[in-house]
Design a protein. Structure first.
Length: 263
């Protein structure tokens, strides 16, 4: 089967997007899946969080967008078994200018994922996007089967969700008719905060089954892990955040089985 391609996106920054990309990928690998993480954010935080310093990023997602490398060629192994990454470099800052005059500029990444075909060495491709709606994010959405939305448990996050839903609808109508909201994962939850509990109720009422049952708690160990170049699951497997991401991965697998059974 072709790999499932999921974009992890939110136009609002600081919602746990990169943290979710790294740790969900690691959790899926722990279950036995082979995961490719594509870092499309020029800041390269996902690359750093998986232990790749700037000097080791000799191949990057920028090379893939330019068509100079395919995804298998650009992928680099990480210290996490069964997790590879196509790292990001600052070259991505110039991607919009470089690709501006090309007719297929919105489908560069889609072309790369399509070339993998059914014999891809990955079962999941997770794409970490910048916190903005630019050509990089559009490329990710055009290449994806679905969007996984990390949503921080606070009031302003709901406004960002509304904007993202409109964006997904626009991309579905113009670039990728198969794109859907794969799921919403609630992040940075503090049970002592009454507003956080209200946000959870509102989101579940609004989106129903699209919202994952797993809620990612605010957790110090998860916040510390990137500074050591490790996912939280390798830094502290037993912490609440790591355990939550393992539960989220199990939910993702369960959704896949239900979707395949319905086809």
């Amino acid at each position: 089967m072709k790999p499932r391609v999921l974009t992890i996106a939110n136009q609002k920054g600081g919602v746990g997007k990169t943290t979710t990309a790294i740790n969900l990928g690691t959790a899926l690998a722990a279950i036995g899946e082979h995961v490719l993480l594509i870092d499309l954010d020029p800041q390269g935080n996902a690359s750093t969080g998986l232990g790749l310093d700037g000097a080791s990023r000799t191949r990057s997602s920028y090379d893939v967008l330019l068509g100079e490398l395919d995804l298998v060629q650009a992928a680099q192994a990480t210290d996490v078994p069964r997790v590879s990454i196509v790292p990001a470099t600052m070259d991505l800052l110039g991607a919009e200018i470089t690709l501006a005059g090309q007719k297929d500029r919105t489908h560069k990444l889609r072309a790369a994922t399509d070339r993998l075909g059914a014999n891809a060495p990955f079962s999941y491709i997770l794409i970490d996007c910048p916190p903005s709606l630019n050509l990089l994010t559009i490329n990710a959405l055009a290449a994806s089967d679905g969007v996984l939305v990390p949503l921080q448990c606070e009031f302003f996050a709901l406004e960002g969700l509304s904007q993202l839903l409109k964006t997904v609808e626009q991309v579905r109508n113009s670039l990728n008719p198969d794109l859907e909201i794969y799921g919403v994962v609630l992040t940075m939850f503090d049970p002592r905060n009454n507003l956080a509990n209200q946000v959870i109720r509102d989101v579940r009422q609004f989106l129903g089954a699209k919202v994952f049952e797993t809620v990612i708690p605010r957790n110090v160990r998860v916040s510390e892990a990137p500074s050591f170049g490790k996912p939280a699951l390798l830094y502290d497997l037993k912490c609440a955040g790591s355990q939550a991401y393992l539960k989220l991965a199990s939910e993702v697998i369960q959704r896949e089985r239900l979707m395949q059974a319905a086809e």
